[in-house]
Design a protein around this ligand. Structure first.
Ligand code: ADP
Length: 355
């Protein structure tokens, strides 16, 4: 006869794909009756049910056991939520001035410069370096992160707690996961404010090393709301070589001022196209990255070339940093991710100008 302890030892290898912890630590293993062991899903409609069932069956197969899927009751779910919040009260912001997560607001003066593509790839590159990474798609009107990372799952909801889908090791939340694909998001300020706040407070992030936020282009409600909620965040500005001087002054300057965050630096995207012979064709001109960096009194962190692999990867939901890591754009992004990983935490709270 197999004991429950033996079953627990075997099941400790089964990791819940959303919570990223062994199911044995999450109170998901139930009774052992004869040769059947109960596995309790967080909710009956858990999208990872099949995956958990298969992994659990595989783990207990050699013990002669089979898995019976059931679901937690409300008391068990409450206990799990309490455990996941690690003592924090419900609906509080884990990213306040005491947070040890390195937070980057990725913004741009205008759309179409590759902000989302770079944010997705930087997040995946950081996760690939072994960091625990979260990504918020706050580009409410132009959300594209789920597509870039091939995410079709909806987040699981444990009452008020939202479990973010995980792709390539990155926990991701996006407004795109809450609306019908064809539905245009036309929300007004207060609603946007609440949504973004909800992403910070209600999503189960766990202990993150990095949180990247894909900001809407330009400035506005979302930027201000995030600025207030994320006092330790640094902003990262994406631009292209052709950015006109007026645009630089107006938009990226305003971005820095409105969020009140320190600027970490500028990334120039689509800097050149590399020819077969190694020479570079500067399709969009040159100097945009330097100009924006100068304007914001910060540094140009790096330049990412135009890349077919990068574009294809983002269309297919397969980030280039993993799909084709030797691609010049992938190499540039990996080195930018290393620079982000070198950031030292400044735990002193900052006063925000718009408060
Ligand atoms: P934004 O978030 O700034 O609006 P996106 O990340 O959606 O911009 O990128 C706009 C388009 O440009 C996408 O089709 C993306 O695949 C493509 N793209 C971004 N960066 C590059 C690059 N370095 N080389 C080739 N295509 C790129």
């Amino acid at each position: 006869m197999t004991s429950r302890d033996e079953a627990l030892a075997a099941l400790a290898r089964v990791i819940d794909p959303e919570l990223r912890r062994p199911i044995t630590e999450l109170g998901m293993v139930g009774d052992l009756t004869g040769s059947t062991i109960d596995i309790k899903l967080t909710i009956p409609t858990c999208p990872a049910a099949k995956q958990i069932e298969a992994a659990a069956n595989l783990a207990v197969e050699s013990l002669g056991l089979t898995v019976n899927l059931t679901a937690m009751n409300q008391d068990e779910r409450d206990a799990l939520k309490l455990q996941l919040r690690a003592g924090r009260a419900p609906r509080t912001n884990p990213f306040d001035e005491n947070s040890v997560t390195r937070i980057f607001l990725v913004g741009s003066g205008k759309g179409g410069v590759g902000k989302s593509t770079l944010t997705a790839n930087l997040a995946v590159a950081l996760a690939d370096q072994g960091f625990s990474v979260g990504l918020i798609d706050a580009d409410i009107f132009g959300y594209s992160i789920p597509g870039q990372l091939g995410i079709t799952d909806k987040p699981t909801q444990l009452d008020e707690m939202i479990l973010p889908p995980v792709a390539f090791g990155v926990k991701v939340i996006s407004i795109g996961m809450f609306v019908d694909g064809s539905q245009a998001v036309a929300w007004r300020g207060p609603m946007l404010h609440r949504t973004v706040e909800q992403f910070l407070k209600d999503v189960f992030w766990g202990q993150l090393d990095f949180l990247l936020i894909d900001m809407p282009p330009g400035t506005g409600d979302v930027a201000i709301s995030l600025g207030q909620n994320l006092p330790t965040a640094k902003s990262l500005v994406i631009t292209t070589p052709q950015t006109a001087a007026a645009e630089v002054a107006l938009r990226s300057g305003a971005l820095g001022l409105q969020t009140g965050q320190s600027v970490f630096g500028v990334i120039e995207n689509m800097s050149w196209l590399e020819n077969q012979d190694g020479s570079r064709l500067e399709i969009f001109g040159s100097g945009g990255g330097e100009a924006v960096a100068k304007h914001l009194e910060t540094s140009l962190l790096g330049q990412v070339p135009i890349s077919v692999s990068l574009r294809e990867g983002s269309d297919q939901g397969k980030p280039v940093v993993l799909e084709n890591p030797v691609d010049p754009a992938a190499v540039a992004i990996q080195s930018l991710a290393k620079k982000m990983a070198e950031v030292k935490l400044d735990l002193k709270g900052k006063t925000l100008p718009m408060a």
